[in-house]
Design a protein around this ligand. Structure first.
Ligand SMILES: [Zn+2]
Length: 113
């Protein structure tokens, strides 16, 4: 098995909810995004991802986000085809989000130090 850049899916990143605590100093990032267009009845069913860039653990779950809550669109600058490709796969999305974090492009305001 390869390692290093492979994401491993866990119940809770760093065992944050008890259980196997991972000795890792990495910060936990999280992002929620919508899968469905506003006209869709499933619009409020979103994906919530949490992950650590350091040990590459991640957790993904279906989360409920009310219709009137605005979620930041981190894919806004991408072409439609690329957005669809990312939305289809948690792992592809993770790679993209993690790249934004590493470049200091997200979360906004980060990277002052
Ligand atoms: Zn970690």
């Amino acid at each position: 098995m390869g390692h290093g850049w492979v994401w491993s899916k866990v119940g809770a990143v760093h065992g944050a909810r008890g259980g196997d605590a991972v000795a890792c100093a990495g910060g936990i990032h999280s992002h929620r995004y919508r899968l469905h267009p506003p006209a869709d009845s499933s619009y409020e069913r979103c994906v919530g991802l949490t992950w650590c860039s350091n040990c590459r653990e991640y957790a993904g779950a279906m989360v409920f986000v009310p219709r009137d809550e605005h979620l930041p669109d981190l894919l806004a600058e991408l072409p439609a085809a690329e957005r669809e490709r990312l939305a289809r796969s948690e792992l592809t999305m993770l790679d993209h989000l993690d790249r934004l974090v590493r470049r200091g492009l997200w979360p906004a305001g980060r990277g002052q130090a």
